[in-house]
Design a protein around this ligand. Structure first.
Ligand SMILES: NC(=O)c1ccc[n+]([C@@H]2O[C@H](COP(=O)([O-])OP(=O)(O)OC[C@H]3O[C@@H](n4cnc5c(N)ncnc54)[C@H](OP(=O)(O)O)[C@@H]3O)[C@@H](O)[C@H]2O)c1
Length: 326
């Protein structure tokens, strides 16, 4: 497999695997106390994991201003340090938050807020430009988003960003952003248990990168079993949109059964289950760039190690569909 992929028509090259920096933001919450992070994290371990990923050839990092209400961007900026220009940094805007109380307070889809948010992200990341700037309001009004697309084109002209994308699971919304010259990608949910055929078809048709969030189904595909999760972990009290976990019970039984059924095919070629889940995504389309989350050096090494094992074969892809009855 080619170990790099291109972000759509921009020509920006990234490693075929990116690293997702949500979990390393640490704890934060909704106003009603709903956890929005993944529980406590050790910042020094996060920094070591990012640096190990760099050493293993990972050149793409995805974060958001809101992850840990600014904390993830700060940790990423610190870990990259002088190596900032060796990598492609993606972040997101649109959510409004209070850093002092680590609370998400709302959303803002105005161009003025986009500019304020970008300025703040640049400071936290310690950089003068963002490579890929992503609208984080997945269900934003398409007409208002078209204005934000034009705002992003202004940011490109000013040298503040190189390209932009919408983080949304709706192909119609992704198509609105794709009308902009420097729109490079769409970030959307897809993994071996949750295919996204319409979105991937759109990415292929419009030459956009398909940046794959939740590539490990929020940890389920790594083989995580039922059992209690830490109280500050979003999976311990899953919001409505989060599938595969049950309040107080950990992984849902039917999801665990599907993961078990896929075990042999995903662990082919000496892969771990997580590596197999990434291999499925690379085989799914030449446009995909999975961005698994991580919390430790060990996870970083294992996930980066998936690159050299490459994609599943066409026969294995068909076997997955057969097992899942697709
Ligand atoms: N709206 C959006 O734009 C949006 C939404 C969601 C995610 N994202 C992005 O997508 C990234 C990844 O998606 P995700 O956070 O939903 O989850 P994911 O990548 O599907 O799962 C990540 C989790 O799996 C576990 N894990 C990772 N590697 C492992 C390994 N090798 N062995 C065992 N366990 C492993 C870790 O949690 P445990 O060890 O605790 O199990 C890790 O936090 C995020 O970091 C973020 O950048 C964006």
């Amino acid at each position: 497999m080619e170990t790099t992929r291109t972000l759509g028509r921009t020509g920006i090259k990234v490693s075929a695997l990116g690293f997702g920096c949500w979990a390393i933001g640490g704890e934060w919450q909704a106003p009603d106390g709903q956890p929005l992070g993944w529980g406590k994290v050790d910042d020094e371990e996060s920094v070591r994991a990012i640096r190990r990923a760099l050493d293993l050839g990972v050149t793409f990092f995805d974060t958001a201003d809101t992850y840990g209400t600014g904390h993830s961007e700060r940790v990423l900026g610190r870990a990259l340090g002088k190596r900032r220009d060796d990598v492609v940094v993606a972040t997101k805007w649109g959510n409004v938050f209070d850093e002092a109380t680590r609370t998400l307070t709302g959303g803002d889809d105005t161009p003025a807020y986009a500019r304020r948010a970008l300025t703040a992200s640049l400071t936290r990341l310690g950089t003068d430009h963002v490579d890929l700037y992503q609208l984080h309001l997945s269900d934003a009004d398409p007409e208002r988003a078209a204005v934000l697309r034009d705002t992003c084109e202004e940011f490109v002209r000013e040298g503040l960003i190189r390209a932009y994308a919408w983080s949304t699971d709706d192909p119609a919304r992704a198509a609105v952003f794709a009308e902009g010259e420097h729109c490079a990608a769409v970030q959307h949910a897809v993994n071996v248990l949750q295919d996204a055929p319409e979105m991937i078809a759109l990415c292929e048709e419009l030459n956009l990168a398909s940046i794959n969030r939740s590539p490990l189904a929020m940890g389920l595909l790594s083989g995580r079993r039922q059992g209690a999760l830490e109280a500050g972990d979003i999976r311990s009290r899953p919001p409505e949109w989060l599938q595969g976990f049950e309040e107080g019970a950990g992984a849902a039984t039917d999801w665990v059964a599907r993961v078990d059924a896929l075990k042999d095919v995903l662990t082919s070629g000496d892969r771990t289950p997580a590596q197999g889940a990434l291999a499925w995504l690379w085989a799914r389309s030449p446009r995909t760039v999975p961005i698994p989350g991580f919390r430790s050096v060990a996870q970083a090494e294992q996930n980066a190690g998936a690159i050299e094992k490459g994609p599943l074969t066409a026969e294995q892809m068909a076997e997955v569909d057969r097992i899942l009855g697709r």
